[in-house]
Design a protein around this ligand. Structure first.
Ligand code: SF4
Length: 363
């Protein structure tokens, strides 16, 4: 994304201390679903993470911790565990609550105990001053990416509207470089504010979808929106002139990596008006395995041994596999008229260096 205007620090009030650590306030329950999901208030002093804090080359913002969509491959569970542990250490959770906020196997609570970053604008003001100071004088400001660890338009957003408040604040700024990643058609609710952001800054919306096969999606992503509703949201954004495309993260080796599968997905995105597609292979972080591997054993038992070999001792896919997938993605991008990138998938995801291994593409 190229900037339309240089980021300007003079748009904001001056002075603030650098990188204030998050501080957990009390944890009042804001809402509770009949099936038991709880929404808990979090009052962080900072919501915008700098590249130095995260080790990636963009600033990131996540309005929620935890996500009801419950994708089995989700790598964000570690952030929820960290938040729960800090709350416990700070005396905000009793031992009993701590167990409840971790879940029976350590992963369930990510989907059922959702932290809501209330009073986000107070924290964002301070963070934006930090951001503008870091980008002062730059014609190419570092991107701000919303939704790198949890979905900013997950069901909680319908009520709490934290993401919308963030976007409204960003729509007052000039020359930003903003990315949003979501699986939710709820983003179409905010087309007005997205248009306002895009009028003054560069904006890219990444609609996240790994397959057009609804039955497969239901198996792999416990409660995510259907492919059809996501594609309709993409179409609404494109029709409204919002720059939007598809992100396929992750491609699942042996399950969704064959040409017919990817071709159908890319084609559906193109027909919905996608301006770009990105795709990349599964990363099997330790926190992901407990959730993903049982699903694999149940739904795809023939693949279990292959996955165990391929991801043995590493989180990233084997380099040879990643290169082969990148070539396949590039060929499909070219065939369907998308900009051809380097097959790079993890545009807004942490990078790790995997070691050699073997995993064949599904043909
Ligand atoms: S939508 Fe994103 S954040 Fe939510 S569970 Fe799925 S991968 Fe994780």
């Amino acid at each position: 994304m190229n900037s339309k205007r240089a980021a300007r620090g003079d748009q904001l009030p001056l002075s603030l201390s650098d990188d204030p650590p998050n501080r957990l306030a009390a944890l009042p329950v804001l809402d509770e679903r009949l099936r038991g999901t709880k929404f808990v208030q979090l009052t962080p002093r900072s919501v915008l993470n700098s590249p130095e804090q995260t080790g990636v080359d963009f600033w990131s913002l996540n309005p929620y911790v935890g996500c009801e969509f419950g994708c089995t491959y989700c790598y964000a569970r570690y952030a929820h565990r960290y938040t729960v542990e800090r709350a416990h250490d700070a005396g905000k959770l009793t031992d009993g609550e701590f167990r409840d906020f971790r879940g029976e196997h350590g992963w369930e609570a990510f989907e059922r105990r959702i932290f809501v970053k209330e009073r986000v604008l107070d924290a964002l003001e301070a963070d934006l001053r930090r951001y503008f100071r870091a980008n002062a004088g730059s014609d190419d400001p570092t991107p701000i990416v919303i939704g790198t660890a949890t979905d900013p338009y997950q069901p909680a957003e319908r009520r709490f509207r934290i993401t919308r408040r963030v976007l409204e604040r960003l729509s007052d700024c000039d020359g930003l470089n903003v990315g949003i990643i979501t699986k939710s058609p709820l983003i179409a609710r905010d087309v007005d504010v997205l248009q306002r952001v895009q009028a003054r800054s560069d904006l890219e919306v990444h609609i996240s979808l790994i397959s057009v096969d609804a039955a497969l999606i239901r198996r792999v992503e416990a409660r995510s929106p259907t492919p059809a509703t996501r594609l309709r949201a993409l179409e609404k954004l494109a029709t409204a002139g919002v720059r939007a495309g598809l992100i396929v993260a992750p491609v699942l080796p042996g399950i969704t990596d064959d040409v017919p599968h990817l071709d159908a997905l890319f084609r559906a995105a193109r027909d919905a008006g996608a301006k770009f597609v990105h795709a990349g292979p599964l990363r099997l972080y330790p926190a992901v395995r407990d959730r993903f591997l049982p699903m694999l054993a149940e739904g795809f038992p023939d693949l279990v041994a292959r996955y165990r070999r391929a991801y043995d001792g590493r989180s990233g896919a084997p380099p040879a596999y990643a290169r082969a997938l990148a070539r396949r993605v590039k060929r499909l991008q070219a065939r369907l008229g998308f900009p051809v990138n380097d097959g790079m998938v993890d545009r807004y995801r942490p990078r790790r260096v995997p070691v050699q291994g073997s995993l064949d593409l599904k043909l």
